[in-house]
Design a protein around this ligand. Sequence first.
Ligand SMILES: NC(=O)c1ccc[n+]([C@@H]2O[C@H](COP(=O)([O-])OP(=O)(O)OC[C@H]3O[C@@H](n4cnc5c(N)ncnc54)[C@H](O)[C@@H]3O)[C@@H](O)[C@H]2O)c1
Ligand SMILES: [Zn+2]
Length: 372
Amino acid sequence: MRVRRIKVRASSGAYEVVCAAGAVSRLDDEIARLGKFTSVHVVTSPKVWRAVGKAVLRGLARHKPSEVHLFDDREAKKEMRSVEQIARLLARAKADRRSLILAVGGGVVGDVVGYAAASYLRGVALVQIPTTLVSQTDSSVGGKTGVNLPEGKNLVGAFYPARLVVVDPQLLKTLSKREFRGGLAEVIKYGIIADAKLFEYLEENFERALRRDEKVLEYLICRSIEIKAWVVSKDERESGLREILNYGHTFGHALESETRYRRFQHGEAVAWGMKCAALLGHKIGLTRASDVSRIVALIERLGPLPDWSRVSDASLIEAMKSDKKTVGNKLRFVLSKKIGKAATYENVPLDAVKHALHFAPRLHALTEIVSG
Ligand SMILES: NC(=O)c1ccc[n+]([C@@H]2O[C@H](COP(=O)([O-])OP(=O)(O)OC[C@H]3O[C@@H](n4cnc5c(N)ncnc54)[C@H](O)[C@@H]3O)[C@@H](O)[C@H]2O)c1
Ligand SMILES: [Zn+2]
């Protein structure tokens, strides 16, 4: 097995992301490198545990969990009550300061269990074992944990990096097609913002990626982690560079919130958002037309996205203004000068934003008209 070890620097100390097909079979050895623990507690959801429990347990022969704690990992349960539920499960199982928590699941599990681990006894050791494409390439790296409030998403949380992240692309076999495709949209994002070679690789191997070819997945996931690790190591607290990870997300978040998080899977909204960002970049004279067409063409290969008819441009603009990442009343966007590079641009004219919103949903039709 070829194991990639990717180092992430954090203010609380460095940690490693271990990435390889079959990596969970090495859990015992990897955990042993962290030191000794009084007990091991898996925290996961019933659905995730059904899918990956056997494989994970096989890797834990020498670190048999004293308990496997289950909680509901629907986004609606990403709330304070779940943190309390997990903390109480840990207390009843007598987890102490030297216990180890293994968070096994997607981004919801990682965020909620990470926050519970940050606060239980003021912090117990955490290992993340992400099981979705999004959590493997994004949420398990960088230390952001937390929960939603009725007032908004991710409003309560803490920076609490794992001591170790173990990424095994083989765990993705059971992931639904929709979740997988949403994750792939975020991989496209990494190509656009930081790595033209990754983007080219996607162009050449997209069908194999969609078929979840092991070799292709291993490359895409490890490369995405390297990019995320590079960004968060340079800017843990999002004072600058880390913002580029939000490419396509200002539009995407607006689409999600204006459709009450019901119509789009997050990655689908980001896919639309990236088309908007590419068009917007072109409109303000930043992104070349040839790059816009490559971005749009690659996103189209994900397959049809839910449409956004009946969502008004005005309401999307309002939502973008109230996005917690906007400063003042100015519209700020992460845009790409050319594939492989991105930065934040301030004071983007409203007319250009309206132009992007108008043409993005019609792009497909336009391409057909032009090519037909
Ligand atoms: N902390 C961060 O930096 C960060 C970054 C991005 C996203 N997030 C958060 O992550 C969450 C989204 O995470 P996600 O996209 O991983 O989705 P998710 O955690 O909601 O998981 C999606 C679905 O897949 C199921 N699932 C998970 N692994 C599976 C597997 N191997 N086989 C079959 N089913 C499986 C889950 O039970 C769930 O039903 C959001 O709450 C978002 O806010 C956090
Ligand atoms: Zn995202």
